[in-house]
Design a protein around this ligand. Structure first.
Ligand SMILES: *[C@@H]1O[C@H](CO)[C@@H](O)[C@H](O)[C@H]1NC(C)=O
Length: 368
């Protein structure tokens, strides 16, 4: 009776089948089977979703520059749309580079010669930190036409822990914005790193209506072509008030300290930077990253930027005596699997020409 009642209530719940005790066992098996299947399903789904998420986070869709197809065969510029600027204008326009170490002096001399060859209309201005540069190095750097202006070093801000040591003087670059108060003021300028060479005239930059422009940065590996700009080539309009506001912002800005002034400038100009075509900052990284982008830039490249390899420094980054530079260029051409042979030799050719054209002045530099 008791037994029957128990089975009775059971049957009410599941009024099926004939051999009840047997059914009960098989139902238990069913339920736990189902639970295992659901758990296993959840586990597999979670593994799959994690893999998908991981792959997605490491594989973004191809950037146009990584999937480069040379579709546009039009020139970069229409020359007839460039306004002609007065002689007055050009007096306050400058191409500016910097010298913070003797080791870059031959690079600045070579850069100056390359600017002369393309008949740049602007003044050539070299900012240097007097305590860091010898008279001899300054003499070499200015031999081809740069006019030197001493500037006070701007030290890295207090929160610079983790900054790459070679950028310790680079905050001095901010002085560019203060050049409107020189006795002979500069009101627009193109800044070029001293590890660059000019291949074509870029006077058109001075007609930009903007106050700040730079070309996007490029990295090897996953980072690739970025939205951040490279601070090796800049167009800007000096403005002391902006300079002061920048110095004030320097102490409160949050940005990765490793890349020093470049990271700060990216943070400071954030939404307000005009993107320049890559032809204005032919960063050697592009060649290794996406060779056909590099190839397509060749005809239009204004400025080549020796980021990956410095043909004027020893392989451990030291300065070279002038009479050993050619030997160094030949060795540098074979470094990094010879990827940059052509560009390194191109720098070597320009240096040889610089040395020949300014031979007398360079000799005086060394004798003094
Ligand atoms: C350059 O611009 C001028 C004036 O706007 C135009 O007439 C000419 O066709 C353009 N040339 C090219 C090659 O696009």
């Amino acid at each position: 009776m008791m037994v029957n009642e128990r089975y009775h209530s059971y049957i009410l719940l599941e009024p099926l089948g004939d051999s009840l005790p047997q059914r009960r066992t098989s139902r238990h098996v069913h339920v736990s089977c189902l639970a295992y299947v659901v758990l296993a399903g959840l586990f597999i789904a979670s593994v799959v979703l994690n893999i998908v998420h991981f792959v997605r986070s490491t594989h973004s869709p191809p950037a146009p520059l990584d999937d480069y197809q040379q579709l546009k065969l039009y020139p970069l510029l229409n020359e007839s749309t460039i306004p002609s600027l007065s002689e007055d204008f050009w007096r306050s326009a400058a191409v500016v580079t910097t010298l913070y170490s003797d080791s870059y002096a031959p690079a600045v001399a070579t850069l100056g010669h390359s600017l002369r060859l393309v008949h740049t209309s602007a003044r050539l201005v070299l900012l240097y930190i007097p305590s860091k540069v010898s008279t001899e190095a300054l003499c070499i750097a200015t031999s081809s036409g740069f006019v030197a202006y001493p500037v006070e070093r701007i030290p890295p801000p207090t929160h610079s822990h983790g900054m790459h040591e070679q950028y310790a003087d680079q905050y001095t670059k901010l002085r560019l914005w203060s050049l409107d108060v020189l006795p002979d003021p500069i009101t627009s300028l193109v800044y070029v790193d001293s590890d660059t060479l000019v291949l074509h005239n870029f006077d058109e930059l001075f007609s930009l209506p903007y106050t700040f422009a730079a070309a996007p940065d490029v990295w090897l590996g996953q980072r690739g072509f970025t939205l951040e700009f490279n601070a090796g080539v800049l167009f800007l309009r000096p403005d002391s008030r902006l300079f002061n506001s920048m110095l004030a912002a320097l102490e409160i800005a949050r940005y990765p300290p490793g890349w020093a002034e470049q990271a700060f400038l990216n943070q400071y100009f954030a939404t307000d930077v005009l993107r320049l075509p890559l032809a204005y900052n032919g960063n050697l990284v592009i060649k290794e990253r996406t060779p056909n982008v590099w190839d397509s830039l060749q005809g239009e490249m204004r400025i080549i930027h020796y980021t990956m390899i410095k043909p004027f420094l020893s392989s451990d980054g030291k300065g070279m005596p002038l009479d050993r530079l050619e030997e160094r260029v030949r060795a540098a051409a074979e470094e990094l699997r010879g990827v940059y042979r052509e560009e390194v030799l191109q720098w070597g050719d320009m240096w040889r020409e610089t040395r020949r054209v300014y031979a007398d002045r360079l000799r005086e530099c060394i004798i003094r």
